[in-house]
Write a protein that binds this ligand. Structure first.
Ligand SMILES: Nc1nc2c(ncn2[C@@H]2O[C@H](COP(=O)(O)OP(=O)(O)OP(=O)(O)O)[C@@H](O)[C@H]2O)c(=O)[nH]1
Ligand SMILES: [Mg+2]
Length: 302
């Protein structure tokens, strides 16, 4: 008699929560490669970012989302809408919270918006590496009083702690389904997207105050040149002349640093030599300009 194989399970898993709780760090750890940029500033992620994990028994397609916050401009509104839209398209929701944060009230407000969901929601309490062990249990209890979570898993996305438990629990609730993506595919975003995001990450790391938030990166040209060099030209848009000055820096020092850091990491990730040419341009108040936002790829504008 032929041996019965367990069914192949597959499905979509949204990663949602407040800004800066570690959603993109979690995605990257799960996938085992950097597909989403990360920073210690809130509102880093602006789009849905997919990462695929395939095992012998199933496939999980994770969707990282922008942090849910009170928007102050049209870009923020589009980001929040992008995050909420992911909730409606998935089989499981991971609600990520920062166990070290005392702002549980903001989580309460987000969970309130999720109260009509019929999809199972897992509580993923992140950053346990930075919290006293004795406090973890009471935090879990606090959160459980806010929402009927299907599971709760304390993790450290940064260190990779407990992520195997998390994926086991996810696989358990996923339906039988097809292999949506081929075995070794970790994301379906084009290289151009990764390049734009990586440049933006370096700007976020090297600048302060409003600049990280006021920057958008648009790839203008990309071509494979002889001897294996990838030639890339990109524009960093910002909102004011003063910001443009800071981004270029004294004798171009800041722009050079952004370019060096982005190129080094991209060359490692893409396994390709790269020639990166960066320009800075001003687009006044672009975060409130619907036509510019659409051009920059933000579709969720109500
Ligand atoms: N100590 C600790 N820090 C973490 C952990 N996970 C993420 N972080 C840090 O938290 C900060 C935010 O991480 P991100 O992954 O960018 O957070 P995010 O939720 O994607 O943020 P947005 O995209 O702005 O919504 C970074 O400084 C991370 O290094 C963790 O497990 N432990
Ligand atoms: Mg993020």
């Amino acid at each position: 008699m032929a041996q019965e194989h367990p069914a192949f399970r597959s499905g979509f898993v949204a990663i949602v929560g407040r800004p800066n709780v570690g959603k993109s760090t979690l995605l990257n750890q799960l996938v085992g490669r950097k597909v989403a940029i990360m920073s210690n500033r809130p509102q880093t992620t602006r789009h849905q970012i997919r990462g695929v994990v395939t095992t012998d028994s199933g496939q999980m397609i994770f969707i990282d989302t922008p942090g849910i916050h009170k928007p102050k401009h049209r870009l923020g509104e589009a980001m929040v809408e992008t995050a909420l839209a992911a909730l409606r398209e998935v089989d499981v929701v991971l609600f990520v919270a920062d166990i070290t944060s005392s702002q549980i009230d903001q989580d309460r407000q987000i969970l309130q918006r999720m109260k009509d969901l019929t999809t199972p929601v897992f509580l993923v309490l992140n950053k346990i590496d930075a919290e006293e062990k004795g406090k973890i249990l009471s935090k879990i209890e606090q959160y459980q009083s806010l929402y009927p979570f299907a599971e709760h898993i304390p993790v450290s996305a940064k260190r990779g702690t407990q992520l195997n438990v998390l994926t086991e629990q996810i696989m358990f609730v996923l339906p039988e389904g097809p292999k949506y993506y081929p075995d070794h595919m970790v994301t379906d975003h084009p290289e151009s997207f990764l390049i734009e995001e990586m440049i933006r990450e370096k700007v976020i790391h090297l600048t302060r105050e409003e600049i990280p938030h006021s920057v958008a990166v648009v790839l203008e040209q990309m071509e494979q040149r002889p001897r294996g060099t990838l030639y890339v030209q990109a524009v960093i848009y910002t909102e004011r002349d003063s910001q443009k000055g800071i981004l270029i820096g004294k004798q171009g020092a800041m722009l050079k640093k952004v370019g060096e850091l982005a190129r080094a990491e991209l060359e490692r990730l893409l396994g390709n030599k790269m020639y990166l040419e960066l320009w800075v341009k001003v687009k006044k108040d672009w975060r409130n300009d619907d036509s510019v936002l659409r051009r920059f790829g933000f579709e969720n504008l109500s």
